[in-house]
Design a protein around this ligand. Structure first.
Ligand SMILES: Cc1cc2nc3c(=O)[nH]c(=O)nc-3n(C[C@H](O)[C@H](O)[C@H](O)COP(=O)(O)OP(=O)(O)OC[C@H]3O[C@@H](n4cnc5c(N)ncnc54)[C@H](O)[C@@H]3O)c2cc1C
Length: 454
């Protein structure tokens, strides 16, 4: 430990901004990917202003100290986990809602503002912030942008990156840059904004974001239906999307239904192979969802429930919101995040089930079926090394199968530290090399989240 630089850092920043208490550091050492290893930071900086971020990053760059930026720490790939000897730079306290422009339909916020806070603020202006990760009440806008977070209604409205107009970002040497534009159209030069979106803290620290707001969507109609086979659920989803204007299409398999039922007693049919949840907020939402029911029943769906009442719709979606917490109650979990072309959704669901059987593990699969984005969740016994080894083997098996089907190893959670080994097999060595050179151009000394994301 370098006590000399620690004292210098303490002197540089306002009183209380630098924390070295071991218990506090431990509390910031990990995100929600519990099984990804974490190192021990030398200091935590709780930045409250852009200037403090600049001072911290410049200080670290001069001394080649790794910096791990952290938002709310809800990531699922270990991207915000501490590295040995690093400065952990928390921007969670930069939480000011700077402005809302109801005419231009934009909001400018600091990175620590929670997604749910921005969504609520937008509502007070009669507007809508669309990206809706299931973690919206606990994850930050900076983290959402750095991971390009998705969510249920991204099917219709797009992922976080589609709603970012402009960013202020601190580079590794402390330079503050502005990327993007408040204009609705902008093709000036290379699109650095898009490069920074999803860069997982490896290219710069996002210190301000201007986001697009939309008019409030119309009230949604909702349908929930059970299927006896994963294939028929997949076929119905494919046909519904071919023909209809839907804002949400989610799925839960039998294992997930059983876990939720055991946890919450919602009277779910745990004998079904899958439950499919659909919403439309189109101008003719009721008719759209009625047609969904016809398509589902054509594919042998049963016990379909349909409503245009908002509160009833919310209750029908409740089971889906409990999927991950319910599976977590069954044991230690490894949550995966793959996406495949929509036409291969059913095939991927079937493969996840087969992988569970092959590795003798419980795998509950749920996810954003409309986007082909699934979260197979592997349940295992963390006290049993063999069970843990099988879980990691199944995890990698799922990634390989997603690639075989033309998909990706991560649809929304990012590479972080969890999937670094699988990145090159997916994108290719020349592409990886290009990414490394881009990283070098942004961060020549490699101090920003080294070994993470790319
Ligand atoms: C219950 C639960 C449900 C979830 N549901 C979803 C979901 O539906 N969709 C989805 O996409 N994700 C989901 N997630 C994952 C997670 O919430 C998202 O990845 C989220 O975007 C992370 O935001 P955060 O503020 O917690 O970031 P952190 O976990 O703090 O950081 C994530 C990454 O972003 C970097 N980072 C954070 N802030 C900044 C910044 N200001 N500048 C530069 N880099 C930064 C970090 O270095 C790290 O690499 C879920 C997580 C949980 C626990």
């Amino acid at each position: 430990m370098s006590a000399s630089w620690l004292n210098e850092l303490v002197q540089l920043l306002p009183s209380g901004a630098v924390v070295t208490d071991a218990d506090v550091l431990e509390g910031y050492a990990r995100d929600h990917a519990r099984l990804v290893p974490a190192g021990v930071a030398l200091a935590l900086v709780r930045a409250r202003s852009v200037e403090q971020v600049i001072e911290t990053v410049r200080f670290a760059n001069e001394r080649r100290i790794p910096v791990v930026t952290r938002g709310a720490g809800t990531g699922l790939s270990g991207g915000a986990n501490a590295l040995d000897g690093c400065i952990q730079l928390s921007v969670a306290d930069m939480r000011r809602m700077l402005s809302v422009d109801p005419v231009g339909r934009t909001a400018t916020v600091e990175p620590g503002v929670l997604n749910g806070e921005l969504a609520a603020e937008a509502m007070t202006h009669g507007l809508f912030y669309a990206p809706d990760p299931a973690s919206r009440e606990i994850s930050s806008i900076g983290g959402n942008i750095a991971t390009n977070a998705g969510g249920a209604c991204c099917l219709k409205y797009g992922v976080t990156g589609d709603h970012v107009l402009a960013l202020k970002v601190v580079l590794a040497d402390g330079t503050l840059i502005r990327v993007g534009s408040l204009a609705q159209k902008n093709v000036a030069g290379l699109d650095l904004k898009r490069l920074l979106i999803g860069s997982e803290g490896a290219l710069g620290v996002i210190v301000e974001a201007t986001l697009r707001l939309l008019p409030k969507p119309r009230p949604a109609s909702t349908l929930v239906a059970y299927f006896k086979s994963l294939q028929s659920a997949g076929a119905a989803i494919e046909e519904m999307q071919r023909a209809l204007d839907l804002s949400l299409v989610e799925i839960m398999d039998r294992t997930t239904l059983s876990a939720v039922e055991r946890h919450a007693h919602l009277e779910l049919d745990t004998t079904a192979a899958a439950m499919v949840l659909v919403q439309s907020d189109a101008s003719d939402a009721e008719a759209q969802v009625e047609r969904c029911q016809v398509i589902c029943e054509k594919h042998a769906a049963y016990d379909a429930m349909r409503t245009s009442d908002a509160e009833e719709g919310r209750l029908l979606l409740r089971a889906r919101s409990m999927a991950y917490p319910a599976l977590e109650r069954l044991g230690a979990t490894l949550l995966d995040d793959v996406a495949v072309p929509r036409s291969h959704l059913a095939e991927m669901l079937v493969r996840c089930e087969a992988i569970g059987n092959q590795h003798e593990l419980t795998i509950g699969t749920f996810g954003h079926a409309g986007d082909g984005n699934l979260h197979p969740t592997i349940v295992f016994d963390a006290q049993d090394p063999q069970s843990e080894a099988r879980a990691f083997a199944a995890f990698n098996h799922i990634l390989r199968d997603a690639l075989t089907l033309g998909g990706t190893i991560t649809g929304e959670h990012g590479i972080g530290a969890l999937k670094l080994a699988q990145l090159e097999p997916m994108i290719g060595s020349a592409e990886r090399e290009l990414m490394t050179r881009i990283k070098h151009a942004f961060d020549p000394r490699g101090i920003l989240n080294p070994g993470r994301g790319l």
